[in-house]
Design a protein around this ligand. Structure first.
Ligand code: GLY
Ligand code: MN
Ligand code: MN
Length: 456
């Protein structure tokens, strides 16, 4: 039974996975938010066909994973809180010798209780008879409203439970969206979650180092992607957290470029946005460096501006700050710098009000990071998106300013065209301020040029 990811190195700074008891703690946290006499449903992911009868690498539903640590498809977690008793029940695929010979081992119901600490575990087929019965005499049902299959399923169970009303039982009449509750739990990371994220950041940093040391004129972008994947998995991060962006030259100006099919050219930059996934948790790191190991003069100027902006923003991170305030800092740094480079012209104050730098910095400054690379959690308090959420210790986020100067932007002087730069680090908010998890991916011009002289 493969439950945890292994790591080949004991020199890394974090831990390779959460202890299984942490998932029980996550369930306890969710139970605390549930009303008495209620039930909650969380479904596992299903396998996704890649072609005919082969599937993509399985990726568990992240809410389900957060509450279970269980990595099989098609399962269902049921949380029942009745008369102030709490029960965690897992429905999962059965042990099945012939299926397992073809497709791999399953945990089965006995192990689910013993290893994963569920109070009860049943085979999936028993759902139909058990769940409508569980609903009897409960008042509320929690599930994620954005999961349309689960919504349908809940209504089916409710209609199956209703006949028993004639026998004098009650069925729940209140449906509650579980998403805001679980999103808020997932937004604040525990010490162990941060330790896994520290580890996957370090592994991803090693991968970015390797990319810098293997990049060369004439290689295909996907060949550098392969070096990243090799380094991720060598240290225990079997899969990338998202499709790696390996974008040479003007390809960096396509924000979600994942084609990675062109060759690297002399005197061009290479933008790599790539992070591993370890025990479900993502790293999300971007580095931009010269293919031939030496920045040109215009590349240096733009690169230093993006880096200075990133450093200024990160330095301001502490409890109580907001993304809105960090955006102001980024806006000021980039606008001032672009005026100095004569890429923007005019009155600084007016350019700041107009957010003129957004012409070249076309995406957000950062996002929450965790089990999902764009992790869950509200950025604002009210629905009008007016009040920005203040940071608190335990939040993890990216800071990723960039400048994008497309090759066909005739408004730009020629020297800037075809340059796309982003620098992205992963930051934990701490009681004292912040911890930058991205400690080993070279980021200054000197660090990058020095490392690139040492080929692997
Ligand atoms: N890698 C996706 C992002 O940076 O948001
Ligand atoms: Mn990001
Ligand atoms: Mn990224």
């Amino acid at each position: 039974m493969t439950i945890e990811h292994a790591t080949t190195s004991n020199k890394l700074p974090g831990i390779a996975s959460l202890p299984i008891s942490d998932f029980k703690v996550h369930r306890a946290d969710f139970f605390d938010k549930m009303e008495n006499n209620s039930i909650a449903f969380f479904g596992a992911a299903q396998e996704v066909t890649r072609s005919n009868d082969t599937e993509y690498a399985f990726c568990q539903n992240k809410n389900f994973y957060y509450l279970t640590g269980f990595n099989e498809p098609d399962a269902l977690l049921v949380l029942v809180k009745a008369d102030n008793n709490q029960q965690s029940i897992l429905f999962s695929l059965p042990k099945d010798k012939s299926h397992e010979i073809w497709h791999g081992r399953r945990v089965g119901q006995e192990q689910a209780c013993q290893y994963y600490n569920f109070d009860k575990s049943f085979v999936l087929d028993e759902l139909k008879s058990f769940v409508p019965e569980y609903l009897n005499d409960l008042s509320q049902i929690y599930f994620c409203f954005d999961n349309s299959e689960m919504s349908q399923q809940v209504f089916t169970w409710l209609s199956q439970a209703r006949p028993s009303v004639r026998q004098g039982t009650k069925v729940p009449e209140v449906l509650i969206d579980a998403s805001p509750i679980i999103n808020n739990l997932r937004l604040i990371k525990s010490a162990n979650e941060i330790a896994v994220m520290r580890q996957v950041n370090y592994i991803s940093g090693l991968a970015h180092q390797r990319a810098m040391q293997t990049a060369a004129v004439g290689k295909f972008e996907y060949q550098i992607e392969t070096e990243l994947l090799y380094e991720f998995s060598r240290h225990g991060a079997r899969h990338p957290a998202y499709a790696s962006i390996v974008a040479g030259g003007d390809n960096a100006n396509i924000l979600h470029y994942t084609d990675n099919g062109e060759t690297l050219q002399d005197n061009e930059l290479l933008l790599i946005d790539a992070g591993g996934e370890l025990a479900g948790y993502a790293a999300d790191i971007t580095r931009t460096f010269p293919v031939n190991g030496k920045f040109t003069a215009p590349q240096k100027l733009l690169y230093q501006l993006v880096l200075d902006t990133q450093l200024a923003v990160i330095a301001a991170i502490k409890p109580g700050i907001t993304f809105a305030k960090l955006n102001e800092i980024a806006n000021e740094c980039l606008t001032q710098g672009l005026i100095e480079l004569a890429i923007l012209s005019g009155d600084l104050r007016q350019l700041l009000i107009d957010k003129a730098c957004k012409k070249y910095f076309i995406h957000g400054l950062g996002h929450w990071l965790g089990l999902d690379v764009h992790d869950v959690g509200d950025y604002h308090f009210n629905e009008k998106k007016e009040q920005c959420r203040e940071f608190v210790a335990g939040m993890v986020l990216t800071i990723e300013p960039g400048l994008y100067m497309p090759i066909d932007d005739n408004d730009l002087e020629k020297e800037w065209r075809g340059i796309g730069i982003r620098i992205e680090d992963n930051i934990v908010v701490t009681e004292q301020g912040y911890e930058n998890l991205t400690v080993n991916s070279p980021r200054t011009i000197v660090e990058i040029e020095t490392l690139m002289k040492k080929k692997v």
